[in-house]
Design a protein around this ligand. Structure first.
Ligand SMILES: [Fe+2]
Ligand SMILES: [Fe+2]
Length: 269
């Protein structure tokens, strides 16, 4: 199985240099085997540039799965659709069009909502599927739907609501659960435990994506890292909002399993 990081805050991999990849605040990944694009980054500029540079035709994906409505995950949707000529199925949470805000240091509200309407999507040939419950895309691939927050705290940062729309992508692999997350707002423990619950798996094979350690206290970082260590995953890839402190804590705790993300990173599973 092959997953490529298409958008990330970080340009840390060789293809960034050799293939002139662009990075920007946000996240997007392509799950080749199932033709699923998960998120689109902030502007679409990095997404389209990097897809083309890495030889992934924007027409190739059959599915677009949105992790949550924040603009650093949805801002590339319009440009992605403009670069396609065939319809696509897009799966998102029922709150996709609910306004979203983040507070700056002075307490002012910044709009971080999606920049398209349901009609814009329809006009571009999107079959929009809005969900709240787990949604099976393939026998071994499930979009989480709304993730219960019953196993640990969520990771909310500067936003003004608790982002119930934060959804993970779960893949059942012979070696265990693969959990892919955009911003990890639901909290690492909740994302993994719900993945176990709805897939019936009990082993974590890989955790990939934005793990949202940004803004967490050192104690909370330690808690999350200890939780992940206790699950003994083979692979942890921290991207986007994992942040430098989160990445160094994960690396120190699991030097064999941990990898820094970055645009152009190919993860073979
Ligand atoms: Fe977010
Ligand atoms: Fe994010």
């Amino acid at each position: 199985m092959k997953i490529t990081i298409l958008v990330d805050n970080y340009a840390t991999q060789l293809p960034s240099l050799s293939k002139r990849l662009l990075s920007e605040w946000g996240f997007a990944a392509y799950i080749h085997d199932y033709k699923i694009l998960y998120d689109t980054g902030l502007t679409g500029t990095a997404l389209i540039n990097n897809m083309k540079a890495l030889g992934i035709d924007p027409n190739e994906p059959d599915y677009l799965v949105i992790s949550h409505r924040h603009i650093d995950h949805t801002g590339g949707v319009r440009k992605f659709l403009e670069n396609r000529t065939r319809p696509i199925t897009m799966i998102a949470h029922i709150n996709l069009f609910t306004k979203a805000y983040a507070k700056d240091e002075k307490g002012n509200l910044e709009d971080i909502s999606v920049d398209f309407t349901e009609n814009d999507l329809k006009n571009r040939g999107v079959n929009l599927v809005l969900i709240k419950e787990p949604y099976k895309l393939f026998n071994d691939v499930i979009v989480s739907g709304q993730i219960p927050r019953m196993w640990g705290p969520s990771h909310l940062g500067a936003v003004t609501d608790d982002i119930p729309d934060d959804m993970a992508l779960y893949i059942k692999h012979p070696k265990g659960l693969i959990a892919i997350t955009g911003c990890g707002h639901s909290g690492v423990e909740n994302i993994v435990e719900y993945g176990f619950q709805i897939t019936g798996l009990s082993r974590l094979y890989a955790m990939i994506g934005g793990l949202h350690f940004l803004g967490l206290s050192e104690d909370r970082v330690r808690q999350v890292v200890n939780y992940l260590v206790s699950k003994a995953p083979d692979i942890v890839v921290g991207t986007h909002c994992t942040g430098i402190m989160g990445m160094s804590a994960l690396y120190n705790a699991m030097p064999k399993a941990f990898r820094v993300g970055g645009v152009g990173l190919v993860i073979e599973l």
